[in-house]
Design a protein around this ligand. Structure first.
Ligand code: PMP
Length: 392
């Protein structure tokens, strides 16, 4: 039992109470087998069913086509940065026998970190653009593709990478850029850690999607992947000798995508409780009406909150351009100095928690992920207005 929270933390994030209640029961005694779900073999019938169910429900929610495969890996977004670079560089070798650089579209600290990891692993990689160069040296915008599409046209990339929602800076791609989706030679790899299942997307446009669980879909420790089957075949074709000769990294076995897929996400011990929680979140969302229902609610939440901040624009500042404002992480600062602590303290008195901005940006960040109800956002909106009125 708990009182409904209003927790705006960026992650790990609030989850639906009913999901946690079910998970708590299943941790003790799963399906009345007399054992908790964390105590059974990852190769048992019950565990296999959890893996199957999670895949089935996700496939239904995201309308994942037959061309793509779903799998789960231990770790978080950061392990995904490393495994993306080594697996996708190998795929290009498997396909062409050559190396090509990966191209990174940098729009905030998570895409920047992912790029840095590729470089650290000696995977050839270059920045196609860094949005800071278009916006006074700061993150907070996405340049129109007319400004950078010529850097992609006619060029060979092993893959092109972007972070669909930059959690720290509150910048979200409104849609995939056309210069990428219209070119069949480009495999788009996207980090959806903080906006997966928040809006409808066309999975067929992606070579690969990765998403850490601890924001919209569950607990930390597990990462979700959706990958084109042809890319899996290409990775398998690249021999370790060939990769070694080309100076590319060899992927550690537990993160080697074809090996994991061949073993149905249980090459090694999959954290099955964590996956079960993810599946409970999927089931919860299906019951709610799936992604379209959630998307409508998310749009309304974002409209209300940005609306209040814009209404008091003498008092609040939003450092993100309107065209790419995140519907998941609403970043804002106070124009007056010396009031930040007061804002947080009074928000806390209203039971509104988790609002402190990332240490690299300062100010505030209200993360309004799927599990944050419209009521929670309405409460925050009232507080935001009241605080501006009282402290103007
Ligand atoms: N990508 C994005 C978009 C994120 O928001 C985060 C973490 N908040 C990460 C990657 C890194 O995730 P992890 O801490 O699980 O490695």
């Amino acid at each position: 039992e708990r009182e409904e929270p209003h927790h705006f933390g960026a992650g790990p994030a609030q989850l639906p109470t009913s999901v946690l209640q079910q998970a708590a029961k299943d941790l003790l005694n799963f399906n009345n087998i007399g054992l908790g779900i964390g105590e059974i073999s990852h190769r048992s019938k019950d565990a296999k069913k959890v893996i199957e169910d999670a895949k089935k429900h996700l496939t239904e929610l995201m309308e994942i086509p037959d061309t793509h495969e779903v799998f789960f890996l231990q770790g978080g977004g950061t392990t995904g940065f490393s495994s993306t670079a080594s697996n996708l560089a190998a795929a290009y070798v498997g396909k062409t026998g050559e190396i090509a650089p990966a191209g990174y579209l940098v729009t905030g600290s998570w895409s920047q970190k992912s790029f840095e990891e590729a470089k650290r692993l000696h995977v050839p990689a270059e920045v196609i653009f860094n949005s800071k160069d278009y916006y006074n040296g700061k993150y907070g915008s996405i340049p129109d593709e007319s400004q950078w599409a010529d850097k992609v046209k006619g060029k060979k990339f092993s893959y092109v990478y972007l972070c669909e929602n930059e959690t720290v800076h509150g910048v979200e791609w409104p849609k995939l850029p056309e210069c990428l989706t219209s070119d069949p030679s480009i495999e788009v790899v996207a980090d959806l850690s903080s906006d997966i299942l928040s809006r409808k997307i066309d999975v067929s446009q992606y070579g690969m999607i990765l998403a850490g669980a601890q924001k919209n879909i569950g607990l930390a420790g597990l990462t979700l992947y959706i990958i084109k089957k042809t890319i899996l075949e290409e990775i398998s074709k690249a021999s370790e000798d060939e990769l070694h000769k080309l100076g590319l990294p060899i992927t550690p076995i537990a993160f080697h995508y074809p090996t994991v897929v061949k073993n149905d996400s249980a090459y090694n011990t999959i954290p099955i409780f964590t996956l079960h929680v993810m599946d409970l979140v999927f089931q919860h969302l299906l019951k709610k009406g799936g992604v379209p229902a959630q998307q409508a609610e998310n749009e309304e939440k974002a409209r209300l909150l940005y609306g209040a901040l814009d209404q008091y624009s003498d008092f609040y500042n939003i450092p993100v351009e309107k065209s790419c404002r995140s519907k998941m992480n609403v970043v804002f600062t106070l124009k007056k100095e010396g009031l930040d602590d007061k804002f947080l303290k009074e928000a806390g008195e209203h039971k509104l928690t988790g609002l402190k901005g990332h240490r690299s940006v300062g100010g505030f960040r209200a993360s309004i992920y799927n599990a944050l109800s419209l009521e929670s956002v309405q409460k925050l909106v009232e507080f935001v207005k009241e605080f501006a009125e009282n402290n103007a």
